[in-house]
Design a protein around this ligand. Structure first.
Ligand SMILES: Cc1cc2nc3c(=O)[nH]c(=O)nc-3n(C[C@H](O)[C@H](O)[C@H](O)COP(=O)(O)OP(=O)(O)OC[C@H]3O[C@@H](n4cnc5c(N)ncnc54)[C@H](O)[C@@H]3O)c2cc1C
Length: 337
């Protein structure tokens, strides 16, 4: 077992914010979806806003550091390096004159606004002073205070790659208990642990996704082989094959396995086939456009590239070609449970 820590920023009442002091950040005009099955945006879109801290805010935090649960010693676990608290930023990046803060609406039917970038474990009065010192937030009402917590986790090397614990057969762990942080990290492990628990209960072998075919495979492989010494987050930079693990081929990589497991319906499976044909046609078109040189050949899937079962090209760098099992891309390798 080990201990980690994390925190969250205050939530503000959006009706008390002077947005004119912030810069509007609209969503993408043409958003890219995770799935080809998503046809378009159905919900109304709302903007975020960006603003900045300043030296006055930093001074306030520095002068009151001893009241921070994170700095005063009340919380000692290791926190997420990639989303530091505002007091952490002021101390660790003392040369910075300002830090970005984002106002993010929490939903369509609430006035609550998430003050991204101002995660803190300071007491209430310091939080009030810190928030009100920011231009545009002078009158902002804090609906919910920021806070930090510590939590226990189980050393993830205690798990098999199926996420079943080694010591307690048929017990599966997923998410924060494995030392990860993040909604997506928890969801990804929950999916695999759920699949494998169901397979195990039915007497079948579990599935393990390979590092070369999915980010979930990398996440779980990192956890069970290396363990964690800080809250683990998934980044594309953790992948040796990040040029191959792309949004545009996720369905080709993983739908075969999903269909085999009964998680991708026959209907969705058929429609994915249709989409594959469309993309293949585009691929052939692009292949022609780039000419017949080595580069073009690689893009069309010859040379070091690998072919999926549909014949579509998934170009692979030469040094990874041997490791990439594209003929069964997404099949996962099956291990004994
Ligand atoms: C303050 C804070 C801020 C965060 N901010 C972000 C963020 O901005 N972005 C981000 O991606 N991630 C964030 N995280 C991390 C993210 O919330 C977690 O990593 C993720 O939610 C963990 O999911 P989980 O399913 O593993 O655990 P949890 O979401 O904690 O779910 C565990 C569930 O198990 C239930 N449970 C516990 N014991 C029992 C029992 N004995 N019987 C039945 N049920 C039980 C609990 O009630 C809980 O519902 C934040 C975390 C914290 C604490």
């Amino acid at each position: 077992m080990g201990r980690l820590k994390t925190g969250t920023p205050p939530r503000l009442d959006g009706r008390t914010i002077d947005y004119s002091r912030f810069e509007e950040q609209k969503g993408d005009r043409e958003p890219v979806f995770f799935s080809y099955r998503t046809r378009g945006v159905t919900l109304p879109q709302v903007s975020c806003y960006v603003g900045y801290t300043h030296e006055g805010v930093h001074r306030l935090l520095r002068e009151n550091l001893r009241y921070s649960a994170l700095y005063g010693g009340a919380i000692t676990g290791i926190g997420p390096r990639y989303c530091p608290s505002i007091e952490d930023k002021v101390v660790k990046f003392a040369d910075k004159e300002r830090h970005q803060i984002f106002l993010e609406p929490e939903g369509l039917d609430t006035h609550e606004v998430y003050l991204n970038g101002m995660s803190t474990s300071m007491p209430e009065d310091i939080q009030e002073a810190m928030v009100h010192a920011v231009a545009g937030l002078e009158r902002a009402r804090i609906v919910r205070l920021a806070y930090a917590i510590e939590y226990d986790f189980v050393d993830p090397t205690e798990m098999k790659p199926t996420l079943e614990t080694r010591r307690v057969p048929r017990l599966f762990h997923a998410g924060q208990i494995n030392g990860t942080t993040g909604y997506e990290e928890a969801a990804a492990q929950g999916l695999v642990a759920g699949i494998n628990a169901a397979l195990r209960a039915g007497g079948a072998d579990g599935i393990v996704l390979d590092r070369t075919e999915s980010y979930i495979g990398i996440l779980i492989d990192d956890l069970v082989t290396r363990g964690v010494d800080e809250p683990y987050r998934m980044f594309t930079s953790r992948s040796e094959c990040r040029l191959l693990l792309r949004i545009d081929n996720a369905d080709r990589r993983l739908s075969p396995l999903g269909h085999r497991l009964g998680l991708v319906s026959d209907r969705a499976w058929r429609s994915a086939g249709g989409n594959t044909k469309l993309r293949n046609d585009c691929g052939v078109y692009c292949g022609r456009s780039v000419g017949s040189g080595a580069d073009g050949a690689a893009r069309r899937g010859s040379g070091s590239g690998q072919r999926t079962d549909s014949g579509a090209a998934v170009a692979a760098p030469a040094h990874h070609a041997g490791r990439f099992r594209a003929a069964s891309a997404g099949e996962g390798h099956v291990v004994s449970g």
